[in-house]
Design a protein around this ligand. Sequence first.
Ligand code: NAP
Length: 279
Amino acid sequence: MKAQLDTEAVTGRGPEVGIGGVLVLGGTSEARELAAGLVERDVPVVSSLAGRVSRPRLPAGEVRIGGFGGPDGLSAWLVEREIAAVVDATHPFAQRISASAASACARAGVPLLRLERPGWSERPEDRWHWVDALDHAAEMIPRLGRRVFLTTGRQGLEAFAHVDEAWFLIRCVDPPEGPLLARHELLLDRGPYTLAGERELIDRHEIEVLVTKDSGGEHTVAKLDAARERGLPVIVVRRPERLAGVQTVASVERALAWVADALPRGAAAASPSGAGVPR
Ligand code: NAP
């Protein structure tokens, strides 16, 4: 219930999405684009955000904020709101909500699509080192450099706490909770970032190694281009395994087409503008 109250306080948006709407699990630019596309087509949509960021960029349409209380809570919510389809457009590293969505949708009998942007690809002059987890990234740092640009987000920073020999430029959207690394500077910022801006940061802080998750997408890719230009090593944390059995698409267009098929007949075509959803 708290989540619903928070939502109203944050968004002050129109009437709740009723029978046959789409739930978009968000927190990414693709989720916002999808919500905008559905609103444009008069498809009823409610977007859900975890509530981690203090001033989130809000998607078009109805927005709710806060967890559902695990798969049980989400499944009950889907039934209560008579949701017809769910698109999990959360970040590739947000594992728990994706697992929760798969379980809840199976239980509630609601079709689920995963919308996941492609990962980044290494180019000829890149010096990337792939690792499976933040701990492994931390282990690798002393071999690669002492001045580290750490862009893995504010969660999981404790993995780097024992890397005493390094200094960290930590960039994240909101301040991390809990103790910070012994030697660091905190930079609160959010993308999209420019190549010129990333070059300037790398040069000013005399960065020797960049650490990133394989988040993919355009908004934060400039740091990789800047690292390539400067010949810097980059530690790239691999994405977690995809959930088996969940249909996945890589573009908002494909997700819009899936929604058109998944919705009860007539729902997507109800647009007075006749825009409909592409197939
Ligand atoms: P997570 O570990 O998968 O989720 C933890 C819990 O937060 C979930 O069990 C769920 O609570 C709640 N939650 C997460 N996403 C939600 C959503 N869209 N709507 C409602 N509840 C949500 O996720 P995380 O890694 O903490 O990421 C949180 C959010 O930030 C995600 O929505 C993700 O898209 C966004 N994000 C994450 C990253 C990243 O690197 N992890 C980067 C950029 C953006 P209940 O179990 O109570 O439902």
